[in-house]
Design a protein around this ligand. Structure first.
Ligand SMILES: *Cc1c(COP(=O)(O)O)cnc(C)c1O
Length: 465
């Protein structure tokens, strides 16, 4: 399997994509061709253990980077860390409406589903090559802890995580900062999530620095994460009758567009879907882009769903690339313009193609709180604020959906107990693993929003040549 850049100037195999940040031309990698699954293969996923379905769905992406036995061992190991038997259970909350619970991993958010696999593939590939890398992560809250949980203690990896100071929940911060392993380095940046992303992008753009530190990305621009996230779209839809004519709609709480793009990927791999619904909070650049054709970034607004407090959704580039019919010349120009002006006018044909696949809506904080309360009243189920944004948007868009609607539950409510407590008086007790981190010692360094400060920190703290 070969991978190409959305901007047309690079290609790579899986081994390089796994450790790559953006492609050298600034674009993002995608497979040259999407693997294809037939209806009978999709139907079969319903009866398989999650790890087995995951292996079959992801195997074509790996090429010869790993043997079947190696890859199978890492997939099994990754999903064995999920205490729930079905890994990603589907729960009916009302007739034809479902929650897909993606929060049963070690850090209680959906990012574990990809990151646990990535950590294992990293360790295996680095050991083979006797290499060391510095993984750098910009996080709006959940990616950082998922990356740390997957990479802590690995001798071949230093992991540096930047979170925006005071803009992640206490639980989110403590999940990162209480991990004692010496290869874990936390930075609280005096800025927004977009600022942390910009610094990470600038570090990658500095070729000498990137080479010296063997800089590596596990943010959702890493295609291996998207590959791992395709899996639960298949397994959820298969268990509702996909492959036998049923088309499912998915509602996806969206920030950086990685998770929902995995839905597009699944559909391009043969999974028939009704709708993919982009649900955003008050940071609604994507919803506005679909409505107006103007993709324009403004200032980030803090909300109750901090993992979605994002203006520039990096993976939207992948959706634009596909919607343009893989027009790399247009992409290269358009993304260059966007990085200068923070505004992109989506051509009519591209917009039409996006609208054929995606619907979008947004929910503000009071609608989010209302959705948490309503869901609890109707079903007794407590959802977290990110999941609630999805449920609020689903409610607005389709009064009487004709297809089954699966809302992705992206985090455990205990991660956001304060916000959930605003909606439900007797907010649930923390699971014991969270109660424990509330008393452990924290380790992190506050840095100004300056490239030089972060660069020096990385050079001082990590093992580099
Ligand atoms: C990361 C995250 C999201 C957004 O996912 P993207 O892939 O960035 O769109 C939504 N909810 C939670 C809980 C998250 O951690």
């Amino acid at each position: 399997m070969r991978y190409i850049s959305t901007r047309g100037g690079a290609s790579a195999d899986f081994g390089a994509v796994l450790f790559g940040g953006p492609a050298p031309d600034g674009g993002l990698y995608l497979p040259e061709r999407w693997p294809q699954f037939k209806d009978d293969e999709i139907r079969d996923f319903a009866a398989l253990p999650y790890a087995e379905a995951a292996y079959r769905i992801m195997r074509p992406f790996i090429g010869d980077a790993f043997t079947d036995a190696e890859f199978s061992a890492d997939v099994d190991g990754a999903y064995a860390t999920f205490p729930h038997d079905s890994v990603a259970p589907l729960k009916e909350i009302a007739a034809g409406r479902y929650l897909l619970e993606l929060f049963h991993g070690p850090t209680l958010a959906f990012k574990d589903l990809a990151m646990q696999l990535l950590g294992r593939l990293f360790a295996r590939a680095l050991k083979k090559k006797n290499r060391h890398v510095t993984v750098i992560v910009a996080t709006s809250g959940d990616t950082g802890s998922a990356a740390i949980a997957a990479l802590k203690g690995l001798p071949s990896v230093d992991v540096v995580v930047l979170h925006p100071l005071a803009r992640v929940s206490d639980v989110q911060r403590r999940q990162m900062t209480t991990v004692p392993d010496a290869n874990v380095h936390n930075i609280a940046l005096e800025g927004s999530f977009d600022d942390t992303q910009n610094i990470v992008k600038a570090l990658f753009a500095d070729a000498a620095f990137a080479a010296r530190t063997q800089l590596t990305a596990v943010n959702s621009i890493n295609f291996a994460r998207i590959m791992a996230q395709c899996v639960y779209y298949f397994t959820a839809a298969a268990s509702l009758g996909a492959g036998s004519g049923t088309r499912v709609s998915f509602v996806v709480p969206t920030g950086n567009f990685g998770d929902i793009f995995a839905g597009e990927a699944a559909s391009r791999m043969g999974l028939a879907m009704d709708r993919l619904v982009i649900a955003t909070n008050a940071n609604d650049i994507l919803a506005r882009a679909l409505a107006t054709g103007i993709y324009g970034a403004g200032a980030v607004q803090p909300t109750l769903s901090p993992s979605m407090d994002i203006q520039v959704a990096s993976n939207f580039e992948r959706a634009l690339f596909e919607a343009s019919g893989r027009d790399t010349a247009w992409m290269a120009d358009a993304m260059q313009d966007f990085s200068n002006s923070r505004r992109l006018d989506i051509p009519a044909k591209v917009l039409q193609s996006l609208r054929a696949r995606y619907q979008a809506g947004s929910a503000n904080d009071s609608e989010t709180i209302a959705a948490i309360a309503r869901t609890y009243g109707e079903s007794g189920i407590i959802v977290d604020p990110h999941t609630a944004v999805g449920l609020a948007v689903a409610e607005k868009l389709a009064a009487t959906p004709k297809a089954p609607v699966v809302a992705l539950a992206t985090a455990h409510p205990a991660k956001f107990a304060d916000s959930v407590g605003q909606a439900i008086e007797k907010a649930k007790e923390f699971p014991s693993q969270l109660a424990r981190i509330m008393t452990l010692e924290e380790r992190y360094t506050v840095l100004p929003n300056e490239l030089g400060a972060v660069r020096n920190f990385v050079l001082e703290r990590t093992r580099n040549s």
